[in-house]
Design a binder for this molecule. Structure first.
Ligand code: ATP
Ligand code: MG
Length: 231
């Protein structure tokens, strides 16, 4: 069952054609990871899905009820605290639930800090908590863990898997880190450079909880992806 489909999308900025005849399908309850060279159009794809950008041709069939978006750069409100930034997207949740979210992303003790008083990675985690707080059946994440150290990155991957198990939503996860895609993805697609095409697709059927980066199947997929990326 699909939740979203991009059909023969074209998108140009002036004479630069980022997408030409680009198609993509996202299924219900799946995590789709997207890997591709810098500048190939990954953020553009998410911006089109979210409705922030219009394609010049083609159609987007969107069956989701609502979309939550973790942007490539955190877009927190500088005049609001961590707590307020997270609460603002969904005021129905209790104080305790927000505190629990803040703990999940490792920001306990910083509830009353303003974005400017946080490090880049802390701001990024705050925007992830904000996206988690917004009830959406489709979650778009654009390199959400990029400014995190190795430990935090794996902690956040764990938290995201737990959250996904609870909510069973669909997630489109853009990353440059193959390991993140290997641990999170039900499917991984690799994109070419502009005009962007899907050049490879991998399906991983191992349960997300049971995956190890030392697993032979995952190592094989990683090597394959590297071959597609380095040419
Ligand atoms: N508003 C815009 N005006 C003009 N060109 C743009 C605009 N937005 C994106 N582009 C161009 O479109 C191409 C794709 O950009 P996009 O941000 O989608 O890449 P990306 O795959 O997300 O890259 P990265 O991995 O570095 O984040 C780039 O060549 C970029 O210069
Ligand atoms: Mg981008």
């Amino acid at each position: 069952m699909m939740i979203l489909k991009m059909n023969k999308i074209e998108k140009n900025f002036g004479s630069t054609f980022v997408l030409k005849d680009f198609s993509l399908k996202v299924n219900k309850e799946e995590i789709l990871c997207i890997i591709g060279p810098s500048g190939c159009g990954k953020s553009t794809i998410l911006n089109i899905i979210s409705g922030y950008l219009l394609p010049s041709r083609g159609e987007v069939i969107n069956k989701s009820k609502s979309i939550s978006y973790v942007f490539q750069e955190d877009r927190l409100l500088p005049w609001k605290t961590v707590y307020e930034n997270i609460r603002i997207v969904n005021k129905k949740v209790s104080k305790d639930e927000i505190k629990a979210l803040i703990e999940k992303v490792g920001l306990t003790g910083f509830e009353n800090h303003y974005p400017l008083e946080l490090s880049g990675g802390m701001r990024q985690r705050c925007s992830i908590a904000r996206a988690f707080n917004y009830e959406a059946d489709l979650l778009l994440m654009d390199e959400p863990f990029k400014s995190l150290d190795y430990n935090l990155r794996f902690h956040m991957i764990d938290q995201l898997i737990k959250l996904w198990e609870m909510k069973q939503n669909s997630i489109i996860f853009v990353t440059h880190e193959i390991d993140e895609a290997l641990l999170l993805g039900d499917r991984i697609i690799v994109l070419s450079d502009k005009p962007t095409k899907v050049i490879a697709e991998f399906e991983i059927k191992i349960s997300k909880r049971k995956r190890s980066l030392k697993d032979k199947i995952l190592i094989k997929i990683r090597n394959n992806i590297v071959d597609y990326l380095i040419r």
